[in-house]
Design a protein around this ligand. Structure first.
Ligand code: SF4
Ligand code: FES
Length: 247
């Protein structure tokens, strides 16, 4: 395939960025999107130019590091991570635009790499339990109703990629925060901090500069693991409950 790339290049946070065009003439449809960027970078390095900086780690859809906007959509045309997106989703002759996540709380570090430390600080504000769980117990040792276990497992699938923020017109991280609150709040081990957790995590969410949720739903439309919008309803339920108890 012949592909034209329009890639956001930005030396660092203090320098203005710009789109730069690159042409690739031998892209296999079996390449992942990141492998295609690897090929671009090999050619840039061979030409003595600076390679395009982009984040990645597992390349298995697990770590959530590889987020970029592709043709204006978080992670591109498939509901998956960028590392799991393949070039067969594009056509010979396509022009593809690649940009970093767009959100003030995710400042650009370089090219396509953004600083998602804001997510770490939201987690630090409440994404933990204090219960001593001891050694790994048998799965059935602590009775958890099936519906609660399913709810927790669904929310725990969040890989903290940030696509929900990048897609949201409000730059809200409510889906991410709701996934963490719902994951721990659905389980017995998460109950001691349940009220403090939702209050403190949402406070940090706002401190970081993320916007509020107005039920637009762009977040779930791009979430690679399918965290549902009603997870935010659970967060709001927990918040009302916590505030009603004087938190
Ligand atoms: S809720 Fe979905 S889109 Fe948002 S950070 Fe988690 S996995 Fe990524
Ligand atoms: S590199 Fe880990 S999810 Fe893509």
């Amino acid at each position: 395939m012949r592909i034209t790339l329009k890639v956001w290049r930005q030396k660092n946070a203090a320098t203005p960025g710009r789109m730069v065009d690159y042409r690739l003439d031998d892209v296999s449809e079996d390449m992942s999107f990141l492998e295609m960027l690897d090929v671009l970078n090999e050619s840039l390095i061979a030409a003595g130019e600076e390679p395009v900086a982009f984040d990645h780690d597992c390349r298995e859809g697990i770590c959530g590091m590889c987020g970029v906007m592709i043709d204006g959509v978080a992670h591109g045309p498939e509901m998956t991570t960028t590392c799991q997106l393949h070039m067969r989703s594009f056509s010979d002759g396509d022009t593809i635009t690649v940009e970093p996540w767009r959100a003030d709380p995710f400042p650009v570090i370089k090219d396509l790499v953004v600083n998602r430390g804001a997510f770490d600080r939201i987690i630090a504000a409440g994404g933990y339990i204090s219960a001593n769980t001891g050694a790994a117990p048998d799965a059935h040792a602590m009775p958890v109703p099936k519906a609660d276990a399913d709810r927790a497992f669904e929310a725990a699938a969040c890989i903290s990629c940030g696509a929900c923020v990048a897609a949201c017109p409000n730059g809200s991280a409510m889906l991410f925060t709701a996934a963490k609150v719902t994951h721990l709040g659905s389980l017995p081990q998460g109950q001691p901090e349940r009220d403090d957790r939702v209050v403190n995590m949402l406070h940090q969410h706002d401190v970081e500069g993320f916007g509020g949720c107005t039920n637009i739903g762009e977040c779930t439309a791009v979430c690679p693991v399918g965290i549902p919008l009603d997870t935010i309803s659970q967060l709001n339920f927990d918040l009302r409950h916590a505030l009603g108890r004087g938190h």
